[in-house]
Design a protein around this ligand. Structure first.
Ligand SMILES: Nc1ncnc2c1ncn2[C@@H]1O[C@H](COP(=O)(O)OP(=O)(O)OP(=O)(O)O)[C@@H](O)[C@H]1O
Length: 241
C-alpha cells in the first residue's frame, strides 16, 4: 500500500514519489513522480490504457494495492466521468452525503447555488440531464472545501456545448475557491484551456511535462495555443490531418 502522510505546512500540496501499481503480471505504473502546487491546475494526458485513471485512484486514496509515497497537505475530492449519484437520494442528500454539522444544509444549498442548481435540491437524480447530474457531482466535491480536486474525464460523457459550459464553470469555481486540480482528459483543447501545466503519462511514468504559458484568457484561435496543441498532439502520436 502506498504510504500516505499529511505533509508540512509549506511546499507542494501534493507530492507523489515512486508510485507503482501492478495488475497481475502487468505493471501499469512503474514509478510515477509528481508534484502539484497549491492552486495549480495540472492536466494529465496519455494514450488509452496508459494508467491515467489508475494513477488518479491511487492519488485519491482509493487503491490499496499501489506502492510508493504520497503526501497530501489538505483535503482532496474526486469527480468521475459518471456522476455516481445515489438514485434513491434527492439531489441535496447526495451532496450532503457523509457531511455533518449544524451548518450542513446551508453549505449544501451554497454548493448547489454555485453550480446553478439551487432550485433542483429536491429533485431525484433520474430527473436531471447529464450536464445537471454532473454539476451535482461537482457540488458534492465542492461542499467538502477541497484543496485538491481530482477530476477523471469529468466532462467526457457530455455533449460538446454542455462540455464548454462545464469548462467555464470549472474555471470560475477555481478562480473563486483557489483549489488545485488534477484533470485527466483525452481532450487536448480542454487541457490547454484549463491547465497551468500538462503531464504526459507513458510507459508507466510521467514522460513529459509542459508548462502552458498562455495567460488567463485563452482561445484556440490564438497562434500560440495552436502551436502548443500541435506540439502536444505530436507528443501523443496524433498525426496532422
Ligand atoms: N482493476 C483492474 N484489473 C486489471 N487491470 C486493470 C484494472 N484497472 C485497470 N487495469 C489495466 O490498467 C491499464 C491502465 O488502465 P487505466 O484505466 O488506468 O488507463 P487510462 O489511461 O485511464 O485509460 P483510458 O484513457 O482508456 O481511460 C489498462 O491496461 C487496464 O486494462
Amino acid at each position: 500500500m502506498a504510504s500516505r502522510t499529511s505533509g508540512q505546512l509549506n511546499g507542494p500540496l501534493l507530492t507523489a514519489t515512486g508510485v507503482r501499481r501492478r495488475f497481475g503480471a502487468t505493471t501499469v505504473l512503474t514509478g510515477v513522480d509528481l508534484r502539484i502546487a497549491p492552486g495549480e491546475v495540472v492536466a494529465l494526458l496519455g494514450g488509452s490504457g496508459s494508467g491515467k485513471s489508475t494513477l488518479l485512484r491511487v492519488l485519491a486514496g482509493l487503491d490499496d494495492e499501489a506502492t510508493g509515497e504520497i503526501t497530501l497537505r489538505g483535503r482532496a475530492a474526486v469527480v468521475f466521468q459518471e456522476h455516481r449519484l445515489l438514485p434513491w437520494k434527492r439531489v441535496a442528500d447526495n451532496v450532503a452525503l457523509g457531511l455533518s454539522g449544524p451548518d450542513m444544509a446551508e453549505r449544501v444549498a451554497r454548493a448547489l447555488a454555485e453550480v446553478g442548481l439551487a432550485e433542483r435540491h429536491r429533485a431525484w437524480p433520474a430527473e436531471l440531464s447529464g450536464g445537471q447530474a454532473q454539476r451535482v457531482a461537482v457540488a458534492r466535491a465542492l461542499v467538502r472545501e477541497p484543496d485538491l480536486l481530482l477530476l477523471d474525464e469529468p466532462f467526457g460523457a457530455l455533449d460538446a456545448l454542455t462540455r464548454l459550459r462545464m469548462q467555464g464553470l470549472l474555471r470560475r469555481l477555481r478562480a473563486e475557491h483557489g483549489f488545485a486540480a488534477l484533470l485527466v482528459t483525452h481532450d487536448v483543447e480542454e487541457a490547454l484551456l484549463l491547465a497551468d501545466r500538462l503531464l504526459v503519462l507513458e510507459a508507466g511514468v510521467i514522460a513529459e511535462e509542459l508548462p502552458v504559458d498562455l495567460g488567463p484568457t485563452r482561445s484556440p484561435d490564438d497562434p500560440a495555443f495552436g502551436a502548443l496543441r500541435r506540439r502536444l498532439l505530436d507528443r501523443l502520436g496524433v498525426p496532422a490531418l
